[in-house]
Design a protein around this ligand. Structure first.
Ligand code: 26W
Length: 815
């Protein structure tokens, strides 16, 4: 496609024109939000052109398409990323300067698209960036939540949730396709008849909800392929029941409308914890049904034969949340396309691929049979039949082995096990890091692995190094490019060349200076938000992620208290000053996680206000963790904390973002930390704690005794006692008793299930070691460079390439 290169003058004209046409304003009297919208819309216009060509080309080619179905897309902000990917950053900067617009200031106006909880949602967003950059036709399908993940406020140390009304001022990046709705049916009854020897299925008395697609263009880096993130919004089919309205029953008339539209209202804020809520089930079927209907519509409009579906489309399900896609495709193939069961099943199981993202039992989705029967009677029928046929197969292979059949059945004890449905209904099942994929095969899905050994693969996660390094840390990016050229931006493995420079003191100093500058910027932000003054020459030690017991923010806090005691008790104790940075949202109903947030605040208050320790320790909690905040914190981090209980964190992706920015990891042998260690070598990462195997053995043998550790380790005992003796909260000495009890005595047969006390000693040791090495800048910055140089493997470009080779088989486009 011939495209005219955009000049600074074009950008200036476009911005002024947008101000006039959108707001009837000129530069002089435009407000900041109007300026943001004008600049962003000017950029969007440019994207729209490429999008149009990209679609036309894709239709002409009629090539295979990937549809990535996910309940969550944690996109963050679009504006700056799109500028970077279109290589318009510099020109936009000049244009804005000349117009007297502060580009950095207006960038901050854009709200984050926070349509996700954590790792799984952000991974989906990274994949979209890599797909478009690599020229692969891969599209996202999800829900256009009117309210994304709640906004977190901290009041008196406690988390308070506020609605995230991110669409309030409109969304520049979406295009509503009001004329392309899909209809989704709930409830009612199913009637079946035979006509001319064929099964005919009727769904009667259903409630129908209209699904409206809102399309967002996904721009790749220097790529002509613009893909689509299609987010579905729910609308009532009738705007208002005029019958009721006419009778004066206003409230009833509105109620029906609201009942439909509530489906896409709000993102459920539980991460790694399944609640089994009726509305969540509705959300799942709503977006999955709309997505699959529209996939098939597009496929057929292109003149394809339904029997070839799997050759032209692959549907990837991001964890089990979109699992209902499997029976939904069966429904469409059988009830609407008239295919027989065997034929339909063959196509379906060649079309779906499934990624698992968690092994935590409380996160594995199970739906009550009765609920699905009521809400989705035809889908229930189909799942039931899938289960019957699957169990019959099991019976043939293991006659009378009721135990195995019972364990593997998709429906058992009145519940539908979504992961099992996914494994049976997909041609590929993968975990997200080596260890995790092994655990799937050897542990939680071992029976399935026995019968489908070829289905199980591993694809280790990755992150977009363009957003998280090139864009978030431009000075570091420049230092890298100066040494090895800019090939690394599209070929992340080229970062390896940087290893030749690991001893180069000028590079080391440059990186040090950049880090220092980033820390100064973060220090300003911290001062502004929390009124806490932190020293940019201190070590910035960061623990940012969802708050969950298995991620062990508590272990971090106990260690901080231990250091504090050392400083108080021993005037000769020396350490490099350290600033501990936390940011984390807790699920609103997760009481213990919220209590840990309170503990971090109480400990922070105590330590930050103690002038006797000479500012050697500072503790900061930044509220409302989100993508755009991560982008500020990560480039300013020296030590990355990845300290989950081994075996619990499927992969982690924050670990990769820090490594890419040259932070050193203190971590357990868990998730992708293991592969990071393999990549950088054990000298360049700080590993501590029990292995997954050791933990599994303790759990199996039931012989872990934290009380004994509490008695034996006097420093740890001191810290634990301080939780309950009024040391931290003199006015309310009992607030943290629950945490203490859980660690020392346990309840409900469970003591310290995340092995905090067991790993405490080695955690203290490894922190001291990191402190020691920080004192030697040559050693430290050499390690830092080695981390950056070996981060290439952890780019989502590599992950997406690997999925493409092993699972998707899409063609690469370059126009
Ligand atoms: C049904 C409730 C629910 C909600 C979210 C259950 C499970 C989830 C997600 C699967 C949790 C999640 O985000 N998992 C994370 O996925 C990342 C991407 O693969 C991994 O890097 C993290 O280790 C994993 O915790």
């Amino acid at each position: 496609m011939l495209k005219k290169e955009i000049q600074v003058e074009d950008i200036k004209n476009a911005i002024e024109l947008k101000l006039q046409t959108l707001f009837g304003r000129t530069l002089k009297n435009a407000s900041k939000p109007q300026l943001y919208k004008a600049v962003a819309t000017a950029l969007r216009d440019d994207i729209m052109k490429t999008w149009a060509y990209s679609k036309e080309k894709s239709l002409e080619e009629n090539g295979k398409q990937l549809y990535y179905l996910s309940m969550e897309f944690l996109m963050g902000r679009f504006f700056h990323n799109n500028l970077t990917n279109l290589i318009l950053e510099e020109k936009a900067e000049i244009a804005c300067n000349e117009l007297g617009i502060d580009l950095e200031e207006i960038r901050e106006i854009e709200p984050d698209a926070g349509l996700g909880n954590g790792g799984l949602g952000r991974l989906a967003a990274c994949f979209l960036d890599s797909l478009a950059t690599l020229g692969l036709s891969g599209h996202g399908n999800g829900i256009r939540y009117e309210y994304g993940l709640f906004k977190q406020k901290i009041l008196d140390g406690y988390q308070v949730e506020m609605p995230d009304s991110w669409l309030e001022d409109g969304n520049v990046w979406e295009v509503a396709k009001l004329e392309e709705p899909e209809m989704v049916y709930f409830g009612g009854i199913v009637e079946k008849t035979m006509e001319n020897g064929k099964l005919v299925v009727w769904q009667k008395n259903c409630q129908c909800v209209k699904a409206i697609p809102y399309d967002v263009p996904i721009v790749g880096y220097k790529s002509d392929v613009v893909n689509t993130l299609r987010l579905w919004g729910a609308r009532a089919i009738k705007p208002l029941d005029m019958g009721l309205f006419g009778k004066g029953q206003y409230v009833d008339a509105l109620a029906e409308k609201e009942l439909a539209e509530v489906i896409s209202k709000v993102l459920y804020p539980e991460d790694n914890h399944e609640e089994g809520k009726y509305l969540r089930l509705k959300q799942q079927y709503f977006f999955v049904s709309a997505s699959i209907q529209s996939i098939i519509r597009k496929f057929k409009n292109a003149g394809n034969d339904i029997h070839d579906l799997h050759e032209k489309a692959v549907i990837h399900i991001n964890d089990t949340h979109p699992a209902l896609g499997i029976p939904e495709l069966m429904r469409i193939l059988i009830d609407q396309e008239g295919l027989g069961w065997e034929e339909a099943w063959d196509i379906t199981t060649k079309t779906f691929a499934y990624t698992n993202h968690t092994t935590l039992p409380e996160a594995l989705e199970k739906w009550p049979e009765e609920l699905i029967k009521q809400l989705l009677p035809r889908i229930y029928d189909i799942i039931h039949e899938i289960n019957e046929r699957f169990c019959r197969k099991l019976w043939d292979a293991h006659p009378y082995d009721w135990d195995t059949i019972g364990k593997m059945a998709i429906i058992s004890h009145g519940e539908i096990h979504m992961a099992k449905l996914c494994i049976v209904g997909s041609f590929s099942v993968n975990g997200v890091a080596k260890l995790h994929s092994e655990i799937l095969k050897k542990d939680i899905f071992r029976d399935f692995y026995k019968i489908y050994p070829k289905k199980f693969i591993n694809v280790t996660n990755g992150v977009t190094h363009r957003r998280f390094l090139l864009r978030a840390n431009p000075d570091l990016a420049k230092s890298i490019t100066k040494r090895i050229g800019d090939g690394w931006v599209t070929d992340s493995f080229q970062l390896k060349k940087l290893e030749d420079f690991c001893q180069d003191t000028t590079l080391q100093e440059e990186i040090y200076k950049t880090r220092k500058h980033n820390k100064e910027e973060l220090a300003k932000y911290i001062l502004n938000k929390t009124n806490i003054k932190v020293d940019p020459t201190s070590i910035f030690d960061t623990h940012i992620k969802r708050l969950h017991e298995y991620k062990r923010q508590l272990l971090n806090v106990l260690h901080i208290m231990y250091l504090y005691n050392k400083l108080l008790d021993n005037p000769n104790y020396t350490m490099h000053p350290r600033t501990f940075v936390f940011a984390a949202k807790a699920a609103p109903g997760y009481h213990k996680a919220k209590l840990i947030i309170k503990l971090i605040h109480s400990v922070a208050d105590k330590i930050n206000n103690d002038s006797t320790i000479n500012d050697q320790l500072k503790v900061v909690f930044l509220e409302n963790y989100r993508v755009s905040l991560a982008e500020k914190i990560i480039p300013a981090t020296d030590i990355s904390k990845q300290i989950s209980t081994a075996g619990k964190e499927a992969s982690g992706t924050g670990n990769m973002k820090f490594m890419l920015n040259g932070a050193l990891t203190i971590g357990t042998l868990d998730g992708a930390n293991i592969e990071i260690k393999e990549a950088v070598g054990s000298d360049n990462i700080f590993i501590f704690g029990l292995t997954a195997e050791e933990i599994a053995n303790y759990t199996k043998e039931n012989n872990y005794n934290p009380y004994e550790i509490y008695q034996r380790d006097s420093e740890l005992k001191q810290v634990l006692d301080q939780l309950i003796n009024g040391f931290i909260e003199p006015e309310h000495p009992d607030v943290f008793r629950e945490l203490y009890n859980d660690l020392v005595y346990g309840h409900g047969g469970c003591i310290d299930q995340y092995f905090v006390l067991k790993d405490f000693e080695s955690y203290c040791y490894i922190n001291a070691k990191a402190d020691e090495i920080y004192k030697n800048p040559k050693k430290w910055w050499r390690k830092s460079i080695i981390n950056i140089a070996n981060a290439g493997y952890f780019s989502s470009d590599r992950t997406v390439e690997e999925y493409n080779e092993k699972v998707w088989n899409l063609k690469k486009y370059t126009f």
